[in-house]
Every structure is written in structure tokens, then in C-alpha cells.
Design a protein around this ligand. Sequence first.
Ligand code: NAI
Length: 471
Amino acid sequence: MPTIKKQALVIGAGTGGYPCAIRLGQLGVDAMLVEKAEPGGVCLNWGCIPSKALISATKLAHKAQHAEHMGLSFGAPTTDMPKMQVWKAGIVSKLTGGVKQLVKGSGTQYVTATAEILGPGRVKLSYPDGKPDDIVECEHLVIATGSVPIEIPGFSVDQDKVRDSTGALELDFVPEHMVCIGGGIIGLELGQTFQRLGTKLTVLEGLDRILSVCDKDLAQVVARQIKQDGGEIVTNAMAKGFSERDGKLWVRAEVGGESKEFPADVVLVAVGRRPVAKGFGLDKLGVELDERGFIKVDARQQTNVAKVYAVGDVCGQPMLAHKASHEGEVVAEVIAGKNTVNDARTIPNVVFTEPEIASAGLGEAEAKQAGHTIEIGKFPFSISGRAMAIDETNGFVKVIIDKSDNRVLGIHVVGPEASDLISEAALAIEMGAFAEDIALTVHPHPTLGEAVMEAAKHALGEAIHVGNRRR
Ligand code: NAI
């Protein structure tokens, strides 16, 4: 088999692998990026981007239907799901095409093939077009193979009646009833998307509340919205299986020890994702996995095997695109001989629900567990002029500080544009800011960002537009 020599090989062109490949090229490392499917991975093809397209389109429809009090009436919208899918696919193809160009532009070779590790520094590439296999000999190997949805017994995913996130994003009709198994990020983001188009939504969550990764007070705002829009949330509900009768699916769940049934036309299974660390020869290198199957890495994304690295979902939580990209860039610098470590203080978390939730830094419970005596500042969007003007007053900003020195520990936003507001919070935490740094930064008026400033002032007992506790 022909042999290609490279300084670095990156397996997987998702949001971990492709930034790594681009950075390697920029740094003058002779690298190759190999991907068996489309460039961009789950995020660009079957996750973040297509879901955000459907979310924004359906939010528009929902908002138009609820604008009468603003003096605007539109009548009932008609939904052309196949057309929405075409629009969404156009965005995806523009972005994935851009990835290939960026990689090539950086000087890194992009190859469509399936990679199999044969042994230390040796990887076989099998091409989809029947071209003879190649062997790549590389000094450095980066594993960026991502994750796949977890399946549960009783719900074999056929991408028709029972769908995972990939299948749900391809729906070309609006189901009358949807049951989401799992009240996590995917279940709620996609569940609310179809709810806004008129689907009756039932969320079955095994734990005692939805969005267990978020602080409770933030998750409650989304739970209220789902119910207000006619949805049902059933907690302590473990989905067990389903049957078909009278043209419906009947999802069976154990709810607090009782067996109950819920009608559905489509079932969305969103119970988490698992790493892809097996099936491509990684075991031949002796790379260590943790008890959940994630590749173990150190602060330089290095595995227990020298010159073998891992980035993104495959090396652990949080399974977020921006975390993967950051790790990919760190690894590229490590390979190029720079003294770089992954020392990010926070990986912000964003949930594109209605309203959006975004967090940076520690939650209330985490901060207390870490031994901090905390002070909390809050500012509700219900009294923000900008939030009123855009008619999105649901939610609040919460700033958690250490009472001893006012250091910002965490900032949490539930409300309009939380996903964009959180970048200021991430910067504050990354820079080790104090509440005063945010409070004394003049924020433009009238903006949603003022709520972050007011919440910081509230934590200090100095808020102008909301009553202060005495400190
Ligand atoms: P998740 O971990 O967020 O939520 C899964 C939920 O399912 C949990 O609350 C769990 O208790 C529940 N569950 C598990 N088994 C169950 C059963 N048999 N019956 C009822 N409930 C059950 O997982 P999800 O939503 O699938 O998302 C996977 C990953 O994708 C997340 O880790 C997230 O980081 C990532 N993601 C991030 C997004 C973002 O940043 N906006 C968007 C979508 C996904």
C-alpha cells in the first residue's frame, strides 16, 4: 500500500478536528485532516447549525402569532416544512463547503476517507470511491471522532416514527403529537421548535426536573413556557417502550412507580450522547478510556500515549462545539512546539430553548460546594426597557459573586438573547473580574446587556432599577 508521510494526522473534521487542522496549517505543520462523512461534523450537519435554523424560523412564526397586542395581526401562518428544510440545508452546505476551503487555504490536506489505526504512527485510509487504500505514517495523531446519540431499550431509532436528533431535524411535516424522551438540551430545543408550529409536546424526563445541568431557577422559566404553550412535562418518568394502535404510537413510561401511556406521532429519543472511541483501532495504541468510554487527556489534550491527543466530545463533557474548537486549537499549538495548555476557566453553556438559557462559571450549588460564601445579584427582564420593546420580558440575569472579595464566580442568563449576552460573562470570568468591573463598565442603553450590569450592581447592593438588599 502506498505510504504518505505527515507530521500530524487529525481524524474527524467536526468542530474539534477542523479548527485543529487549520491551526496546524497556520503554524507550518505538514498535516492531513481525514473525514469519512461531511466536513463540520455533528454541529454543522446534524446539530447546532440546522437546529438553530429551525429554531429561528419557528420563533418568527410564533412571534408573529403573538403580536396582536403590539398592533400587528397576521392570521395563522402556513408552514411549508419541505421548503424550510431546503432553506436549512442551504445554510448547512454553505458552511460545510466553507470548512473545506478554510482547511485547504491553511495548507493542511483535506481527505474524504475512513481512517483505521493499524499501530503506533500508522493509519490506513479507505476511500469511498473505491480508490486503493493508503497508509499514512504520522508523528502526531489527533483523535476528534466526536459522539453519537445513546439509544435506549424499547426504542429502536428508525428515523421515521422513532427519531434521534438527526432524524428530528429532517422532519418534513409537523407532527400532531411529539413525545420527547429526555428533558435535556436536545429534547427541549427540538421539542419547543415543533411546539411553536402547533405540535402537542410531551416531555418524559427520568429525573425530578428538566435541564438538570442548569440552575433550578433558570430551568423553571423554560418549564413554565413549555406548559404555557400547551405542552406537558412529566418528571420521574422512565420511558420503557411503545406500541401502535388507532393510528398512534403509545409511549409507555414508569412514572413514580406507575405505568402510564402517552400518545405520539413521532418519538424523539434525546437521552444523551456517547463518545466514539471504539471501532477504528484506538485500542491498538493502548489509549486509556475512563469508565464512561471517554478518552482520558491531560491539560495539553495529550492521552496516556505520547504524541496521541484527543479533542472534543470523545474526550469528555461538556459536549459542546466551542469546547471542542478550543481544545483543537490548543493541540495544534502543542504539536507545533508551543508551550500551550488548556486552562480555560469556563466553557459557557447555552441552551437554545424559549427563552434561551446561558451560563458561565459556577452555579449556586457548585459555588457553595467549592467553599465560597456567595452573594447573588439578580435583574429581571420584566423591567428592562429593551426587553419590553422587543416584547420578550421572560427571564432574568443572575450574577454569583464571592462575598469576601466580590469576585465573579458565575453568571447565568435566562431570557432573550442569553446566548449572546453570555460572552461578556465568559470574558469576566476568564479575566478574573470582580462585580465592580462589570458594574463600572458603562453599558449602552437601551440594551439587554444592561441587565448583566444591573445584576452585578445588585450583587453589590448598588442596583439603580431594582430594590437592593442591604450588604
Ligand atoms: P442531555 O444529557 O442534555 O439530557 C438527557 C436527559 O435524558 C437527561 O435529563 C436524562 O435524565 C434523561 N433520560 C435519560 N434516560 C431516560 C429515559 N429512559 N427516560 C426518560 N428520561 C431519560 O442529553 P441530550 O439532550 O441528548 O444532549 C446530548 C448532548 O448534546 C449534551 O451533552 C449537550 O452538551 C449537547 N448539545 C448541546 C447543545 C447546545 O449547546 N445548545 C444542543 C444540543 C446538544
